[in-house]
Design a protein around this ligand. Structure first.
Ligand code: ASP
Length: 342
């Protein structure tokens, strides 16, 4: 491998590469060549840059686990040829893709940086140029010949985050992402300053990709007055393997008999119930209040400080493995890729 860093840019779509339809005014993805033409700076890098573009770029609201498999496979097939990877992606579901890839790419020893923008690259005030240029620089960064970052991240508006700790919280500001339960991994100013203690440590093991994902998952978001009828329909969805229970505060839920009995029945049928909080900061502590004690006793799993995006994709990943219930429950509560605080 040459001394110059090499980065593979993978273009999936998103606002960064969109253009306005003259008649309808709608934003639609356009091809990758037109995008790179808008950023002449890309030719000035001291990094060898190659690219792969999706034939049909997508708005990330059309993101799907099959595309995550495609992305993980592209990374695996090109893993030894590049020092790092940048994925251009729409911001709407970027946190889901980053979380999914973090679980799918086991023993990752190179940076995979997702980025995009809130304004298309062709717009004069675009945030896309800075995001893309710095993401490439981060993906190509090395220390003593070794990659500095060894995980799946999101770079947006001067901050690098651990992908599986993020969520999109703003649809109109340039700083669209937050990572409330984990510090930023780096901040870009005049220099890029890395928070070395926060980065995942490299491993000597070989990259292993997991492509079996199971989406037999339902989500039950609680609200005061939630009906027995709707709750029962969700919990009794045929074929369901896991339910994410989005609870209040530190993991609290109504203590009404009908509700606890529905949850109990689901657990006795072998359905995994994962308790995550509707709050963006803090974590689930089952048993802290009376309103979560019954859940704990029944065997509801605490999601601690997992984001919703991480909870969904971690379940898809674990349900896709050939695991028994005990192994699955153990791994669900274990910190696999830095997604959970100890
Ligand atoms: N709808 C766009 C997408 O996620 C929004 C964006 O890119 O920021 O593809």
């Amino acid at each position: 491998m040459s001394k110059k860093s090499s980065v593979l840019l993978i273009y999936t779509g998103g606002t960064i590469g969109m253009m306005q339809d003259v008649r309808s005014g709608e934003l639609r993805p356009f091809d990758f060549k037109s995008l790179t033409k808008q950023i002449p700076e890309l030719t000035k890098f001291d990094i060898e840059l190659s690219s792969i573009a999706f034939k049909h770029p997508i708005d990330s609201s059309n993101m799907h686990p099959d595309v995550w498999v495609e992305l993980a496979t592209i990374i695996k097939n090109n893993y030894t040829s590049y020092d790092g990877f940048v994925i251009l992606h729409g911001s709407d579901t970027m946190s889901f893709t980053a979380s999914a890839l973090s679980f799918m790419l086991e023993n990752l020893n190179k940076p995979v940086v997702l980025t995009g923008s809130q304004l298309p690259i062709g717009i004069i005030r675009t945030d896309g140029k800075e995001n893309l240029i710095t993401a490439i620089e981060i993906a190509g960064s090395k220390l003593k010949g070794k990659p500095l970052v060894n995980e799946v991240c999101i770079y947006f508006e001067y901050k690098l985050y651990r992908g599986n700790r993020t969520f999109k919280y703003n649809s109109s500001h340039f700083d669209a992402f937050k990572s409330p339960n984990y510090p930023a991994l780096a901040e870009a100013g005049v220099d890029i300053s890395y928070n070395k203690n926060a980065l995942l440590k490299p491993t000597k093991k070989a990259l292993k990709i997991h492509t079996a994902l199971n989406n037999d998952i339902a989500v039950l978001k609680l609200f005061p007055g939630i009906s027995k009828k709707i709750t029962s329909v969700i919990i009794n969805t045929p074929g369901i393997k896991a339910i994410i229970l989005e609870t209040f505060g530190a993991g609290n839920a109504t203590t009404e008999d009908w509700f606890l009995s529905e949850i109990n029945q689901a657990i006795s049928k072998g359905i995994i119930i994962l308790n995550i909080t509707q709050c963006h900061e803090g974590k689930v502590i089952q048993g802290m209040y009376e309103t979560s004690s019954a859940l704990k006793k029944m065997g509801v799993i605490s999601g601690a400080d997992l984001t919703f995006e991480s909870a969904i994709t971690k379940l898809m990943f674990l349900l896709g493995q050939q695991l028994n219930q005990t192994q699955l429950k153990k791994l669900l509560q274990s910190n696999l890729r830095g997604e959970l605080s100890n």
